[in-house]
Ligand binder design. Structure first.
Ligand code: NOJ
Length: 476
């Protein structure tokens, strides 16, 4: 062994660094931030309809104003620049750019996103565009929505329209966000739009989403320059059980099929898991999968978006229904909330599970490049008398998850970026404005923005391309 030379840098205490060119971003979605629901020719979306029903959203909150991003986008981009973001993930509102769900685009709707993209680029921020973050035109729902196979063609047409207008400036495209939520929350438990609760429909919808993704990839490839990258944002989760019995292991297998493999397998293997088809045979014969569909669904992507919040805990046996997890085809399955540890609206906080999840994807599906497309936590943030928003809990959360991510990269997982949820407090679906996920606080009465402590901390991460200590030594 040779002794270290005097000039060799001592890396023992250096903060963990991320690979050169790592993307650092924050995310939002159109319905959650834009407001302006009837501006410039936008028609109602399925979420406009859903949130208008009394009792569906906490506090009766509505997204009519949201955080007024449609009008304030320039100020918001200036804040992104202040944070040092090099990536901004946003979604396009389908009813804004194609109000009838078919046919010609609405130029005014596309103009908004064109201005947003230009503003981002002028500030050195790469746009990461999600085509579908759950808010399709109500007129398409009236024709059956995702339960109708025609919706897959509608989605591909819509993708073509957006790509034709923005393809010259947007380097990273995400087809669908969290199709699990659309299929299972929207059509099994019915707690998301369109509020359907029907097991067979859920599986049909899941397949149509997989197919729509593939058709969307084809449409994007046809319209985009060769340098553009195409992705999808899934929300896979490690599945665990409290007691390791054969029955509980089977519960894990079933839950893993319904949450993870129903999307990952068609996407990355071009097939549905045989055990999923067997588990659900009493509900459907899967006749909605036609010849060629799986070849379409598995069209190569450039990067896989992973949204991670929490692992799942399941066990076999009868138990109370869980509104967030209706186990289609597996009635003897219960969701178990772990008794200890910090938890959020999504469940237990478990950063190590992120490393486990990423290694599992690499192990089971090969070395697909990954971007963390969402990760974050809600907390009841307030602006203090000193004007600061002290969200130390979120800083600790980010620190732990970035450390786990860095470990996964050290393990050999090809992670290209980390996009935090969310840039800014916003309309958290059925929780309305009660859950604040942002790096930026929004005063609900004045719309005043304040960068939280976590935003300042994240700026240091980005500037260093490394994880700074939680309590940096005082300057001087
Ligand atoms: C999942 C969704 O993509 C996003 O819209 C939501 O606000 C966050 N995660 C937090 O729940």
């Amino acid at each position: 062994m040779t002794a270290p030379t005097e000039t060799a840098p001592d890396r023992r205490h250096a903060p963990p660094e991320f690979p050169a060119g790592f993307r650092w971003g924050a995310a939002t979605a159109a319905f959650q931030v834009e407001g302006a629901l009837d501006a410039d020719g936008r028609t109602p979306s399925v979420w406009d309809t859903f949130t208008a029903v009394p009792g569906r959203v906490d506090n009766g909150d509505r997204a009519d104003l949201a955080v007024d991003h449609y009008r304030r986008y320039r100020d918001d981009v200036a804040l992104m620049a202040q944070l040092g973001l090099n990536t901004y993930r946003f979604s396009v509102s389908w009813p804004r750019v194609q109000p009838d769900g078919r046919g010609a685009a609405n130029p005014k709707g596309l103009d908004f996103y064109s201005r947003l993209v230009d503003e981002l680029l002028a500030n050195g921020i790469e746009p990461m565009l999600t085509l579908y973050h759950w808010d399709h035109p109500q007129v398409l729902q009236d024709a059956g929505g995702w339960a109708n196979r025609d919706m897959t063609e509608r989605f591909a047409d819509y993708a073509s329209l957006v790509a034709a207008r923005l393809g010259d400036r947007v380097p990273l495209w995400v087809t669908l966000n969290e199709p699990w939520c659309t299929a299972f929350l929207g059509h099994a438990s019915g707690i998301h739009a369109p509020g359907v609760a029907d097991d067979a429909t859920t599986l049909t919808v899941a397949h149509h989403l997989n197919l729509a993704h593939g058709l969307g990839v084809q449409a994007l490839r046809a319209a985009l320059p060769g340098t553009a990258q195409v992705s999808i944002a899934l929300n896979p989760a490690p599945v665990r059980t409290p007691v390791d019995t054969p029955e509980n292991q089977d519960a894990v297998r079933r839950a893993d099929a319904l949450r993870n493999r129903i999307f990952l397998d068609p996407l990355l293997r071009g097939q549905y898991p045989a055990d999923l088809i067997a588990d659900t045979a009493h509900i459907t014969d899967w006749g909605f999968v036609r010849d060629g569909d799986l070849a379409t669904a598995t069209a190569p992507i450039d990067v896989l978006g992973v949204n991670y919040y929490t692992p799942l805990y399941v066990a076999a046996g009868p138990g109370p229904a869980d509104p967030y997890n209706r186990w289609v085809g597996s009635d003897g399955l219960v969701h178990i909330a772990p008794a200890d540890g910090p938890s959020t609206i999504h469940g237990v906080v478990d950063a190590a599970a992120l490393r486990e999840l990423l290694n599992r994807i690499r192990h089971d599906y090969g070395p697909v490049p990954i971007v963390i497309a969402e990760n974050g936590v809600a907390s009841p943030d307030i602006v203090g008398p000193d004007g600061r928003v002290d969200d130390a809990g979120r800083v600790a959360y980010l620190h732990a998850h970035l450390a786990a991510l860095h470990d996964a990269i050290t393990d050999g997982v090809d992670v290209r970026g980390y996009v935090m949820w969310s840039l800014i407090d916003n309309f958290e679906w059925v929780y309305g404005y009660s859950q604040r996920f942002g790096l930026i606080h929004v005063d609900r009465d004045t719309q005043r923005r304040t960068v939280k402590d976590s935003g300042h901390w994240f700026r240091q991460v980005i500037a260093a391309n490394a994880i700074p200590p939680l309590d940096p030594p005082a300057a001087g």
